[in-house]
Design a protein around this ligand. Structure first.
Ligand code: SF4
Ligand code: SF4
Length: 474
């Protein structure tokens, strides 16, 4: 029985409710009157229910679809302006006891090289990432209580935060590790993590169990209820995601939004981010083996509908996607992207931008450009690449963060912080061409800081950054 307030996975992600939602959406896919009323509700920028959003996703009326895309673009602009937050993944270990059939780290894969970074190797990786200009990382590790226990993850986080190399610093470490206990989530919270990210992979229980035939991840309920334990453990910001291609995308879309509704209902705060990965080629993984792959147009529609349904939730796209696909996704709702990513264990230190180790790669990277190239590209498209990490460092997390988002005040922080962190990047890491483009962009964007007093502080701080000071933030 569907109950968003329940703490039981099968009640807040109720299969019957999803099937009824999909049926309702199909029956109303060309119901102009209903679709118009949902679009009008969405225009109020307070979000949509999973049922309403499912109708928009299925809508077959060309003119209404154009309105949906236009509204997504407008909401993106209203909430996130032209800023794009940058991050990079850091793989610590690919030892894993699970058997996920879509991931080359599954424990039956006997030929893939297994690697776990030592603290010294982590140091080298982080220095390489700092030298690229990164300030925000997403830690990735397989599930293995012997090789990658929580103590290893905690020690690694401390190592990362402690490294101060030249002007570099990792200021926010987001963590993507397997579902764990409340006690371990408390430890991660105490270690100062930013967002705890855990992809559901699929919300379809039967498929989930087939795709995870053995190992602790086989337990659908334990995995699906992980965000509740994370929040119980004090982690305010959690990131959801599904792996599109495993199951029918319409099912996943409804499940994802029901999960968001559940977090809002129980904890008073929805997901901080939603990621939209698609199954990609990897070592012994062939994406065509999965029947439910989605084309680029469907992918764009999903992104637009998520943007409309949960306007306050950041959206992330990784280098799994190509430059062209990322460009389209940015305008429709994406607010964070990775750049210069390596998806192998120890893939940064000791390699030139052109070299790319494949031996421990989790998936093929489509967008293989360097961070400098991505930053340059974003600016030429009119975006401000932002290296901002201010919120969690200022205690703006969870419901405090969400209320600032909902009343629009967060914009007063995001825009100035984007300009100041971009300026740091230009001074410390950018190529000459990127610096030229960036300096002009900052000049033209200063006038867009609405508050005169704040604008004055930003101008002062930009001058101080030029003289060597760092880490200003609102
Ligand atoms: S997806 Fe995660 S849990 Fe599954 S095999 Fe890969 S690393 Fe292990
Ligand atoms: S001010 Fe907060 S919400 Fe805005 S970009 Fe920085 S960390 Fe993100």
């Amino acid at each position: 029985m569907y109950n968003p307030n329940s703490l039981k996975a099968e009640e807040f992600i109720d299969d019957a409710e999803i099937l009824e939602t999909l049926d309702y959406a199909q029956k109303n896919k060309d119901n102009a009157e209903l679709i118009d009323s949902i679009i009008e509700k969405a225009e109020k920028r307070k979000g949509l229910s999973h049922r309403e959003a499912a109708v928009l996703l299925d809508c077959t009326l060309a003119d209404r679809n154009e309105r949906i895309f236009e509204l997504a673009r407008q909401i993106k602009k209203d909430f996130y302006g032209n800023r794009i937050v940058m991050f990079a993944p850091l793989y610590l270990s690919n030892y894993c006891v699970n058997s996920c059939v879509y991931c080359p780290y599954h424990c039956q894969n006997k030929h893939i090289a297994r690697k776990k970074l030592t603290q010294e190797e982590i140091r080298q990786e982080v220095i390489a990432l700092q030298d690229m200009g990164h300030k925000r990382l997403a830690l990735e590790t397989g599930e293995d209580p012997v090789n990658n226990p929580i103590e290893y993850v905690l020690e690694s986080i401390k190592t990362i935060y402690d490294i101060k190399h030249k002007n570099g610093a990792i200021r926010r470490v987001n963590v993507n590790i397997a579902a764990t206990t409340v006690e371990n989530y408390c430890k991660l919270k105490d270690a100062g993590i930013g967002t705890y990210i855990l992809f559901q992979e699929t919300y379809h229980k039967e498929s989930y169990e087939k795709l995870h035939p053995a190992g602790p991840k086989h337990n659908y309920a334990y995995h699906t209820e992980a965000m509740d334990r994370a929040m119980e453990g004090g982690i305010d910001d959690v990131g959801l995601g599904v792996l599109f291609g495993l199951e029918l995308y319409r099912y996943e879309f409804a499940g994802l939004l029901m999960h968001a509704e559940h977090l809002e209902a129980v904890h008073g705060v929805g997901p901080h981010t939603i990621s939209v990965p698609r199954v990609k080629k990897a070592d012994d993984i062939d994406p065509t083996a999965f029947d439910n792959g989605i084309d680029d147009d469907t992918f764009a529609k999903i992104i637009a509908c998520i943007r409309i349904a949960v306007p306050y939730t950041g959206m992330i796209i990784s280098t799994r996607e190509s430059e062209a696909c990322r460009e389209k996704a940015l305008s429709l709702g994406i607010s964070q992207i990775s750049g210069g990513s390596r998806t192998s264990v120890g893939g940064y230190a000791g390699y030139s931008p052109e070299e790319r180790p494949h031996d421990t790669e989790q998936f093929d990277v489509s967008d293989q450009r360097s961070l400098d190239e991505v930053v340059n590209w974003l600016m030429k498209l009119g975006y401000i690449p932002s290296f901002c990490t201010a919120c969690y460092r200022e205690g703006r997390t969870g419901d405090r963060f969400m209320s600032l988002c909902k009343n629009g005040q967060i914009q007063n922080c995001c825009h100035p912080n984007a300009l100041m962190t971009l300026k740091e990047y230009l001074m410390d890491y950018a190529s000459p061409d990127t610096r030229d483009v960036g300096v002009k962009l900052i000049e033209s964007e200063i006038g867009n800081v609405p508050n005169e007093k704040v604008r004055g502080i930003v101008v002062d701080n930009l001058a101080k950054i030029e003289q060597g000071s760092r880490d200003f933030r609102f």
